[in-house]
Design a protein around this ligand. Structure first.
Ligand code: MTE
Length: 310
């Protein structure tokens, strides 16, 4: 993604006075596209892939995905992370759990995986850059982990942080459009939705490092930048956290980032998408609201103006 400098957004649009008090204007504007919807604490029961009743589209050819990634810590082009990310050591891997939660601490990934058996989820994946693919992920519902960790009644948001290692991640040493570490967040009810998974594999194999090994988020109804890679921290918060792309360019990358053909990016339309693997003669695919998962997720946003809270 390429960004231009952010524009100021009036403070009356910002919905979180607590954060407002303590941060710089730049950071405050990052919260402009954020509101708290209704049904925040709805706790959706455990679900397996079978009872989600979602379409199972044809997966994209794996060879196309291997060298086509967005991993900005390593590179701003699509190809280089497949080589550069191999330097990342992913075993052992710990995840810090913090904030408004009954069971904070440092968890070994292997212990988390032992408790959460892997399921396959074939999901459409839509990048904000207007290309798309279909990925057969292996992973488990984030809700299962959250239920185990027991957020307190104060928790309303879940923040995720990626590992940051300047020794092996070239862009951490450069002047960058993003501030590191890469951070993303969901409302708690979005995090608890049965479609939201933590992925450990794809195409029946362990996740490739360039795709976010050993553990990444996958939120199929949102633009791909929400699906943060190589997670080392999960933080439960009362107030909306700062997220990387929203901080860099709040008028281009909203907090919600729900796939929506009616809300153009300021510099391109989101009405259609280039399907990865298509050629010059293949027509672009019409983009679907919530990336085709409206039946499952639209109710999360029933009280919201999706154009304002994009
Ligand atoms: N996570 C981290 N840590 N760093 C990144 O640069 N890029 C995001 C997301 N997660 C990114 C990230 C973007 S913009 C997209 S589209 C998806 O990862 C791409 O996932 P993929 O490379 O596995 O296709």
């Amino acid at each position: 993604m390429i960004i231009k400098l952010h524009k100021e957004i009036s403070s009356s649009e910002i919905t979180s006075p607590e954060v407002f008090k303590t941060r710089r204007t730049l950071i405050k504007t990052g919260l402009a596209a954020l509101t708290v919807g209704s049904g925040l604490f709805s706790n959706i029961a455990n679900s397996s892939a079978e009872n989600l009743n979602i379409e199972q589209p044809q997966s994209t050819d794996r060879k196309l995905i291997n060298n086509y990634t967005n991993y900005y810590e390593f590179s701003y082009n699509k190809e280089d992370a497949s080589t550069l990310a191999q330097k990342l050591r992913i075993d052992p891997w710990q995840i810090e759990v913090a904030g408004a939660v009954e069971k904070p601490g440092n968890y070994h990934l292997e212990d988390i995986l032992r408790r959460n058996p892997s399921q396959e989820r074939i999901y459409r994946f839509r990048c904000v850059e207007a290309w798309s693919m279909v990925v057969p992920w292996q992973g488990f519902p984030l809700a299962d982990l959250i239920n185990f960790l027991q957020p307190t009644s104060r928790a309303r948001f879940v923040e995720f942080t990626t590992i940051a290692q300047p020794e092996i991640m070239p862009n951490l040493n450069r002047n960058s459009m993003l501030t590191w570490p890469y951070r993303e967040a969901l409302r708690l009810d979005e995090a608890m939705h049965p479609l939201t998974i933590l992925a450990t594999g794809m195409y029946g194999e362990s996740l490739a490092k360039q795709n976010g090994a050993p553990l990444r988020l996958v939120v199929p109804w949102k633009y791909g930048f929400k699906s943060i890679k190589a997670i080392i921290k999960i933080n439960f918060l009362e107030n909306p956290p700062i997220t990387s792309w929203n901080l860099s360019a709040p008028d281009e990358y909203g907090f919600y980032a729900n796939v929506n053909p009616e809300v153009p990016h300021p510099r391109w339309s989101q009405r259609s998408e280039r399907v990865l693997g298509s050629n010059f003669f293949t027509p672009r695919r019409a983009t679907q609201i919530f990336n085709g998962y409206a039946e499952q997720v639209a109710s999360l946003y029933s009280q919201m103006d999706l154009k304002r809270y994009f």
